[in-house]
Design a protein around this ligand. Sequence first.
Ligand SMILES: Nc1ncnc2c1ncn2[C@@H]1O[C@H](COP(=O)(O)OP(=O)(O)OP(=O)(O)O)[C@@H](O)[C@H]1O
Length: 466
Amino acid sequence: MTRAISLHEVSKYYPKQPSPAVDRFSLDIAPGEFLVLLGPSGCGKSTVLRMIAGLEDITTGELLLDGEYSNDLAPGDRRMAMVFQNFALYPSMTSRENIGFPLRFEMPGEEPGPRVDETARILGIEEILDRYPGQLSGGERQRVAMGRAISRHPSVFLMDEPLSNLDAKLRSHLRAEIARLTHGMGVTTVYVTHDQAEAMSLGDRVAIMRSGVLQQVSPPRAAYHLPENVFVAAFVGTPRINLLQATVIAPLGGGMWIDFGRQRLGLPEPLSLDHQMLRIQQGRPIIVGLRSEAVRIAQPSQAHAGEVVISGIVEHVEYQGHESLVHLNTGSRPAIVPELEAPRPAANGGRAGSRRAAGSPGGIGRLAHKAARRIQSTVLERDAPASGGLPPRPDHAPGRGPVSVMDRPASPPETQTGDLVVRTGPDIRLSRGDRVPLLVDLAHLYVFDREGRRICPAPDEQPRLD
Ligand SMILES: Nc1ncnc2c1ncn2[C@@H]1O[C@H](COP(=O)(O)OP(=O)(O)OP(=O)(O)O)[C@@H](O)[C@H]1O
């Protein structure tokens, strides 16, 4: 039997800790669902998992299992099986004994052999049943650990970074195996990871946490395409989304631009509904998000409808075999999400940046409060645009831009990293200092407000996932 799990406003305070490890966490997990808890180290994922398992007391809030209040239910009565990162096998027992051990308690008087054999068949580990953990590879040990969980026929699997001790190839192989197994068995699974690629490939839904606070729960595609805030946008996706500080310029006479300091993006007219909504941001700082698929290096003559032209100067080309990542300087100021990266080194030894506390949105009701909790201190901003060899500020009308193809400035810029990373084919030949035209696809433009909330595409819009 598989079961529903509901957490209502669950908080966890550890002794002597000033702030909660988990802060008013609410989530409903459907029977048979594969739910991934995703977030950076220390954000409270394992604590949530352990509260579901009954290994950690809930300080405030409610845990419901199949609708029944279960905060005080003993771990052994929850019919849940856990798989940990460190395999947790008994070294003096063979694989067969490790898998059969919990069954001796769950099915007293019954011979565990048939269940162990059935499990070994499912996992393809019949060959190693008589070996001890010390005689197994990491991947084999983790299979045995999973076997021990599966053989119990639990109603819920709780997995805490079960693959993080394995090498990349094995991880991807076992990931596929876990997906196949859990979906095949239809057992509710809660899976903790800090690896966004793992979360995206495994989860029916992904719950993204930051500093104990749930940021967004959605299917992986929505987490990628419609991140609710800048933290989610930055955490999900590889290469990481480009985040640039900008302002909206919308003169009364018409037209609208997004101004990055040295360059502007002209929004095509007639303005889309989403872009019209940006008018209220006029003059306020915003954060623009451009995923790598939103920008391409190409001649302006190749621009499709909805693409506008800016330019950038090549700082560095990262060859990756199947593609290259081109780091460019567009003269913009990156916005940095604190937990996810150290501030990038400033150009020419300039100041690294100043932390500005994100303002509270003020008491405009519960939703606003909730949103504020999600996004507190979301972004750092780097003070000055990178200097040296910057592209000129284009004098362009909406929808048009400067055309300057790979002309090499007399003295190349001295910046160490760019503000924009663009994906290209592996064969592109570029050198540091080349100026290249960039086509920005406005259909893939994200805009976040000063507090990091997504404002474009508008939040209440139906997902447009094409
Ligand atoms: N037993 C404990 N006593 C005090 N603080 C704790 C305890 N366990 C966890 N914490 C703290 O609670 C916060 C959340 O920890 P938790 O292990 O849930 O995070 P996590 O997201 O699972 O991190 P990781 O991915 O590194 O395991 C952290 O700040 C951690 O230091």
